[in-house]
Ligand binder design. Structure first.
Ligand SMILES: Nc1ncnc2c1ncn2[C@@H]1O[C@H](COP(=O)(O)OP(=O)(O)OP(=O)(O)O)[C@@H](O)[C@H]1O
Ligand SMILES: [Mg+2]
Length: 499
């Protein structure tokens, strides 16, 4: 079963759906300037999904307390509780599966960070038995995961950033789906933003935010200019839970509204909520009861050295370092994804921004979000892939030599050079003009021939035509030569059947 909620309408008037189950696995980032409609969007999402999934909102302004009246969220006024109390409340909210609003209104930045971190820590640290799916919405996320140090203490920043990183990077396994909104992408810590696979981009004025948004979406900066024109309540959607292609949508209406200036006291609606309050906000257990979770580092080292296998007390590194095998495996998987994309008809003629966008989405779907290469690395991968060279070959010494030579050429020609080099290394027939054009991302055979001339002029190759018009290309210095090939043959790359 898939549960799709309706966020609003697409520009074509169709319902704009958000797949909740996919969202749980792939997280969401919302960006837009003040007044673009982010908080409204979050409210719509929360209201629509409230019947389906437990939720919590980290609410710096107290905007969302009205959800309590209508949907039964327990509002926790962070001002009234200690960090330890909030950590306990977080754990209990998960154990008892109660939706909550953490109202941080009235606290200074330092205490907003510390208390949000404590509550998030509670959600995160709860025992495995309670890892139910849950949406964790953080409005104004740049307050909790700032890109740069501010006037708060280093400790508060570390706690808060750590909690947000845990939420976005390691929350999925624990059932926590991070949904973060920010006015300024450039102010949000990169590692936190990078873990979201779904994006809703609203009106954005500043170039630096636009550039970050374009990078995240894998769009050309030029395309991202469209974010300037978006009206209030209109967002560009992309990601596995939203749409495989950028989709413009208008967010629908909400049942509740942001609280107005005059807060009213409301009687608590139901006895069950009263119970929840009693259970969740009971005094935290005394400090000393908390068991020490891990042995000291020295002892751990000794245990690891002794390889005491059945003891499950390995340290949990905050940033697990992938092994060489892991890296190789990921590279392989990324190569495979790239090959699949390039195998699509017309892939050779699509602009790099579109290919990159497709690549990023597929990587994220495969759980490779944290290792997605940036656009310039992607360009290099693309060059190699178009030349039929995998990452494994790229490690080869002779190939490194070829790459160095290739780097003398303009970037868009490097793929062609690599393709020819590959044919020469393997002794395959020289690629046809059509194959060269395709690797160059062009349909023009004349351009393919001009390209070869250019590479020859640069002193990297020597082209020779034999008596029957077949072409041989020899790589200067390496002295690898292709077999003679017909320049007018079709597009099929020599050796592609062998690869
Ligand atoms: N899709 C929409 N339909 C109707 N009204 C909307 C919509 N989106 C936003 N609004 C209204 O526009 C105003 C600003 O929206 P909102 O508070 O969500 O902006 P925001 O992006 O959260 O701004 P800030 O960053 O300053 O918090 C609110 O009064 C809200 O009710
Ligand atoms: Mg807002």
């Amino acid at each position: 079963m898939t549960v799709a909620i309706e966020m609003g309408q697409t520009s074509a008037g169709a319902p704009a759906a958000l797949d909740l189950e996919e969202l749980l696995a792939t997280r969401l980032l919302v960006q837009g300037n003040s007044g673009s409609g982010k908080s409204h969007l979050l409210r719509r999402l929360l209201e629509q999904s409230a019947p389906w999934v437990q939720q919590t909102i980290i609410d710096p302004e107290g905007d969302f307390v009205s959800l309590g009246e209508r949907y039964g969220h327990l509002v926790i006024d962070a001002e009234d509780h200690t960090e330890r109390g909030l950590q306990a409340a977080g754990e209990r909210a998960r154990i008892h599966r109660v939706s909550t609003v953490l109202n941080l209104e009235g606290l200074d930045a330092e205490n907003q960070m510390r208390r949000a971190a404590a509550f998030l820590g509670g959600l995160f640290e709860v025992a495995r038995d309670h890892w139910y799916p849950m949406l964790v919405v953080v409005d104004e996320a740049q307050l909790f995961a700032p890109a740069a140090a501010g006037e708060v203490s280093d400790e508060a920043r570390k706690l808060s950033l750590g909690a947000m990183t845990n939420l976005m990077c390691r929350g999925r396994k624990r059932g926590l789906a991070g949904i973060i909104a920010t006015q300024r992408l450039a102010k949000l810590a990169k590692n936190v933003a990078a873990e979201a696979s779904n994006f809703l981009m609203g009106r954005t004025f500043l170039d630096i935010d636009m550039a970050r948004a374009a990078d995240l979406l894998g769009m050309e900066r030029r395309q991202a200019e469209a974010f300037r024109e978006l009206e209030r309540g209109h967002f560009m959607a992309l990601g596995p839970a939203l749409s495989r292609r950028p989709l413009s949508m208008r967010i629908g209406s909400t049942e509740t509204s942001p609280r107005n200036g005059t807060p009213r006291l409301m009687p608590l609606p139901e006895a069950t909520l009263e119970d929840a309050r009693a259970i969740i906000l009971a005094a935290p257990p005394p400090e000393t009861v908390r068991p020490q979770r891990r042995p000291s580092p020295d002892l751990l080292d000794q245990l690891m050295a002794a390889k005491a296998a059945p003891l499950d007390i390995r340290p949990e590194p905050t940033e697990p370092q992938p092994s060489a095998e892991d890296l190789a495996e990921r590279r392989e998987r990324m190569d495979r994804i790239l090959r699949a994309i390039l195998a699509e008809p017309d892939a050779g003629f699509r602009v790099i921004g579109v290919l990159y966008q497709e690549f990023v989405v597929r990587c994220r779907i495969e759980g490779l979000a944290s290792v997605v290469p940036d656009l310039s690395e992607f360009r290099r991968m693309l060059t190699r892939a178009r030349a039929g060279v995998g990452s494994d070959m790229a490690e080869d010494d002779a190939w490194r030599d070829v790459s160095v030579r290739a780097s003398l050429l303009p970037e868009d020609m490097q793929g062609v050079f690599m393709m020819i080099a590959r044919a020469a290394k393997e002794g395959w027939p020289c690629p046809s003009d059509a194959a060269i054009a395709r690797a160059y991302g062009s349909h023009s055979l004349r351009r393919a021939r001009r390209l070869l001339d250019y590479i020859e002029e640069q002193g990297l190759i020597v082209c020779q035509i034999d008596g029957v018009g077949r072409r041989t290309v020899t790589l200067v210095e390496l002295a690898w030569a292709t077999a003679p090939g017909d320049p007018n043959a079709g597009e099929e790359e020599p050796g592609s059947s062998a690869a």
